[in-house]
Structures are given as structure tokens and as C-alpha cells.
Design a protein around this ligand. Structure first.
Ligand SMILES: [Zn+2]
Length: 189
């Protein structure tokens, strides 16, 4: 099943490979190559997911096949990430895990919904006004010119208090509004 799925969706790469090896006229070499890729995918990922379809397995094989992976750890991580509601692009999980979970942008992590942002904004702003300081906690911490500034909702962005990659959920409990400057600074850390 995996073999079929990969061959079926990899036809672009097959064509490329065939154009490179046309002179040799050796179709069995192509077959062998794809068997190698498929064997590697099977050995690396114990389970087959429909999200595997359409991925550039040739490229992933070339990039990662020399690295050692513990199949049970990989299976566990993939299963856990598949169940994570914050991940919008499940097909990115395989490359994310192969690469040592360094590039969350492969996963298109869910952003906070507008109503969540509004709730967080209202809560923070009420507390800030009562306490007489800015509704951006980082402006308060910094203690400079904006220490007492109440930002408008449109001047702020939502931030994961605990980063998603450290287990933080995309929900109201883990949402804080920061002024755009501080949100950018935190994002670049
Ligand atoms: Zn700020």
C-alpha cells in the first residue's frame, strides 16, 4: 500500500529520474531506487498515514537516509503530533521529525482565534487599568516610556505564553496579548 501510494504521487520525481537516466535505458535501476526509498520510509516510520501521500520522499530520502533513527521513538513522536490539534499541516510532521523537530513552520501551527484574542485583551486591559499600568506585560516589565500605556487591540498581537514547541496549547489559558514591538521581539528570541 505504501509502495503504491509513494509511486503514485511521486510521478513527478520518477519522470525527473527517468530523464536523467534515459541514456542508460535501465528501468530496473529506477525500480530499485524507488524500492530503496520505500524500504527506508517503511523502516523509519512504522505506521502508514494517508498524509504521506504527495510528499517529496525522494528528497527526504536523499537528505535524511544517512541519519540513524530509533523506529519506536519516531513512531511515538509522529503519533503524538498527529493527535496535536495545534498542527494544521499534518503532512509536515514526517519532515519535522526527521529533522529533529527544529522547524515548526513545517507544521503551520494554529494561530489564536479572534474571539480568543479579544477575551485575552479584555481581561488584560481591565486588570492593567485597575493596576494603573500598561496592558502589555513586557512594557510594564521594561519600565520605560510605555510603562503606563494602554494599547488598542489592533496595536497588539497574540502570543503563546508557553511556546507550542515546549508544549504550550493554542487556547485562552496560554494566550497573552503583547504590543506589536514586544511580540516581534519575543518571536525572534
Ligand atoms: Zn510592550
Amino acid at each position: 500500500m505504501l509502495h503504491t501510494a509513494l509511486e503514485w504521487v511521486s510521478h513527478g520525481q520518477v519522470a525527473h529520474y527517468m530523464s536523467l537516466h534515459r541514456q542508460e535505458g535501465d528501468i530496473s535501476e529506477l525500480t530499485t531506487y524507488f524500492d530503496t526509498v520505500v524500504d527506508w520510509v517503511s523502516a523509519t516510520f512504522a505506521d502508514v498515514y494517508r498524509e504521506m501521500c504527495g510528499l517529496e520522499w525522494g528528497r527526504l530520502y536523499e537528505t535524511y537516509h544517512q541519519q540513524p533513527y530509533a523506529a519506536d521513538e519516531v513512531a511515538q513522536r509522529v503519533a503524538a503530533l498527529m493527535a496535536d490539534e495545534s498542527i494544521r499541516q499534518k503532512s509536515g510532521i514526517f519532515e519535522y521529525v526527521l529533522g529533529g523537530e527544529q522547524v515548526p513552520s513545517l507544521l503551520n501551527i494554529r494561530v489564536f482565534e479572534d474571539r480568543t484574542k479579544r477575551s485575552a485583551y479584555t481581561r488584560q486591559t481591565q486588570q492593567a487599568k485597575a493596576a494603573g499600568h500598561s496592558n502589555c506585560p513586557y512594557c510594564v516589565q521594561e519600565g520605560k516610556a510605555n510603562r503606563d500605556r494602554i494599547w488598542d487591540l489592533k496595536e497588539m498581537d497574540a502570543d503563546h505564553v508557553t511556546a507550542w514547541s515546549r508544549g504550550g496549547a493554542t487556547d485562552i489559558a496560554n494566550c497573552q496579548m503583547l504590543c506589536k514591538t514586544h511580540n516581534r521581539m519575543k518571536g525572534n528570541r
